[in-house]
Design a protein around this ligand. Sequence first.
Ligand code: COA
Length: 325
Amino acid sequence: MEGIIIKGTGSYTPKNVINNIKLGEIVDTSDEWILTRTGIKERKISIDENTSDLAIKACKIAIKNAKISSLDIDLIVLATCTPDMLIPSTACIVQKALGCDNAVSFDISAACTGFIYALDIAKSLIKSNNYKNALVIGAETLSKIVNWEDRTTCVLFGDGAGAVVLSKSEEEGIIESFCKTDAKKYECLVAPSNDLNNPFIKNHIKNEKYLKMDGQEVFKFATTTIVNSIKEVLEKANMTIDEIDYIVPHQANIRIIEHSAKKLKIDKEKFYTNLENYGNTSAASIPIALHELNEKKNLKKGDKIILVGFGGGLTFGATIIKWCV
Ligand code: COA
């Protein structure tokens, strides 16, 4: 049988650690408020590395763990909402730095669900276009679009990157997946790009510069979406939650995850969480957590893991993987 497996994982986060107490020196907040409302203790904030720099370091680890060379990579799909530049894509910068000269490279944008979308796109392209080894990356420097004067958002986010090598194989390591978009409420989480401005516009209306969020609306969306997405992907795979060893959710808020565990009537230990150390790193959160899960729990061949994401768009999706290495 021909299938697709995750052959290697990697992650990298900036060395600059900003804990809640330090944030209290910048905005009117406290360790107690952030910890009880979100579960976040600290986040890594870049001072000298852009999104591509984080991605390149994560990819080097993933390629090494997959025991392949850069020239074996023929596809790079990078999920980000904080690219280095508008042109070229961050994936192109990563391709050049890694010497992946045989690859086709591009970015995708699906906010915090970006990695789930990228995995699904890479899987489909490997199947349809006969690619052999894809780098699938989630990489972000949210710190450059966060308003550091807005305590309702700046305490939540962090910078980082995670990557996997997705390879053609005789085994099937992607059991089931789906991606969906419900754009009706996209206004509840937005981050602007350049203004529309040209010599033909009389009254130039300036965009706001930073990320803006209706926290409570997003919280409601997230809690129902995680639960429904896990149920949907299990149903598609004809599996039950008892057959799953770990769930790696998008790392936004511990209360969202605890609420989901309660609704699904499962032990919250089944959810792998690391948001206390990184905050919400958007598209990077799932691959960073998957790499850490693999390192810490020593994933065994045959382990079944659900990856589940939700975010701006509003986007959501889930994947069931079987660990095959
Ligand atoms: N420190 C101290 N106080 C803060 C604060 C901060 N960092 N941020 C907000 N507050 C205040 C508010 O001003 C408000 O004060 P008020 O009652 O005097 O008006 C109070 O705390 C409660 O604010 P509220 O927005 O009701 O808090 P909440 O319990 O809804 O928690 C979030 C806020 C953002 C943590 C929560 O809504 C959330 O996690 N939403 C989902 C966000 C998310 O995951 N986004 C990414 C999705 S991919």
